[in-house]
Design a protein around this ligand. Structure first.
Ligand SMILES: Nc1ncnc2c1ncn2[C@@H]1O[C@H](COP(=O)(O)OP(=O)(O)OP(=O)(O)O)[C@@H](O)[C@H]1O
Ligand code: SF4
Ligand SMILES: [Mg+2]
Length: 377
């Protein structure tokens, strides 16, 4: 294990070619591994100190598995995870314990993630004890934390069922803060809440980030939730990163057809604008992660897919402005931008190395959209 006080490049977390495969077992007397669920399949990204990286993709694409793997709640099948420059991929529980405090998670379901038989003071007391507090200091700190997340200090005496969904999520956030973390993984923290409450929780998270210099990995299944909170956004599909870009640019200039399809699924408040917008409909379901398709994993649903997409894994191509996308026939880029683009080291190990093709806007000379019936290869 190499150990430093911090990474040289300002990165808090560096995830390099990480895989998480879940074995599928079969057999009567002896369990044999007959296949693997490729839940996370060669993912590379960096999380800089103080930033929010949005992680977006459909249900089952591997967001939670990736989150749990980078927090070492699951051991990675392959790849490297560095936290503050330190390789934590294979360190044991004991060595991990002091670091565990610095890496916390807030879960999607504020109802399921709090023990219904414990008072809030006890729920917050557990991490505060681990932090080394005792006696009256625990009670004092628990009350302070409730105040920080917008609840009443006297709520320490209540049980979880006495709170609304939004309030319970505030308690979940207070529990994460109790450890004085540097990194918080927020796994769909507002998906279970009413829209009006979602905005309050997102505002709270933004305020806390400024106050405590927190770094967030913010997981969501649609692009509307992460739009205003993220500095950068990674789009994930079937265990792989399809596109990673500064947040504003992802919405104004999506390069990957899957991102384009996710964007066109977001309703626009103005109904006229909504009707006028060209919708990109992606038919069908994602393929089974036990047997991911060859080439580009999105090719079975992509309207722009051609032969090369079915055979060659697209590399992550690095465009200007830290914008990366894994597509042989990218959208919204000029021939000059493609010429200036480079192969990214974040590309999966089995990716090809050819540059993407230029496809003119409007489809002139573009790979023709395939009929829907053709798309299930
Ligand atoms: N412990 C496990 N054993 C086997 N397969 C698993 C396990 N955990 C997750 N998977 C599978 O791994 C894939 C990724 O699941 P994951 O929960 O990470 O997706 P997700 O993007 O978080 O989805 P959602 O948006 O529904 O929360 C899915 O196919 C899932 O069925
Ligand atoms: S590589 Fe091909 S199949 Fe994959 S997203 Fe690009 S055009 Fe579609
Ligand atoms: Mg999930």
């Amino acid at each position: 294990m190499s150990e430093t006080n911090g990474s040289s490049n300002g990165a808090l977390l560096e995830v390099s070619h990480v895989k998480q495969y879940f074995p599928v077992k079969s057999g009567v007397l002896v369990d044999r591994t007959v296949a693997n669920v490729h839940a996370v399949n060669d993912v590379t990204f960096t999380l800089r100190e103080g930033e929010t990286l949005g992680l977006v993709g459909e249900s089952g694409c591997g967001k939670t598995t990736l989150s749990r793997t980078v927090l070492k709640l699951l051991d990675a099948t392959d790849g490297t995870i560095r936290f503050r420059g330190m390789d934590i991929t294979r360190i044991n529980r004991r060595a991990m314990r002091p670091l565990r405090r610095e890496m916390q998670m807030v879960f999607q379901d504020p109802f399921a993630s709090l023990n219904p038989r414990k008072r809030i003071g006890q729920i917050l007391g557990t991490p505060l004890k681990q932090r080394g507090l005792s006696g009256g200091a625990i009670d004092k700190e628990a009350r302070r934390l409730l105040d920080v997340v917008g609840l009443m200090p006297e709520h320490v005496n209540r049980f979880p069922h006495e709170f609304s969904g939004g309030q319970r999520q505030r308690i979940g956030i207070a529990r994460a803060l109790a450890m004085e973390p540097k990194l918080i993984v927020l796994d769909e923290p507002v998906s279970a809440l009413d829209v009006s409450i979602q905005a309050q929780i997102i505002n709270l998270l933004e305020d806390l980030q400024d106050e405590f210099a927190l770094t967030y990995l913010f997981v969501a299944h649609d692009l509307s939730v992460v739009r205003h909170v993220s500095d950068r956004i990674a789009v994930m599909y079937l265990g792989k990163i399809m596109e990673l870009s500064p947040a504003a640019e992802l919405y104004s200039k999506p390069i990957h057809p899957y991102t384009d399809a996710l964007l066109s699924a977001i309703p626009i408040p103005d109904p006229r604008e909504n009707r006028a917008r060209e919708r990109v409909v992606v038919g069908g379901e994602p393929p089974n992660p036990i047997d991911p398709p060859p080439g580009c994993v999105f090719h079975t649903r992509c309207p722009r897919a051609t032969e090369v997409c079915r055979e060659v894994v697209p590399p992550l191509t690095q465009y200007a402005n830290e914008h990366m996308a894994a597509c042989h026939h990218p959208l919204n880029v000029t021939p000059e931008e493609i010429a200036a683009a480079t192969f990214s080291d974040a590309s999966p190990a089995d990716a090809g190395d050819a540059k993407p093709d230029y496809v003119p806007a409007g489809g002139n000379g573009a790979p023709p959209p395939r009929p829907v019936a053709d798309q299930a290869d």
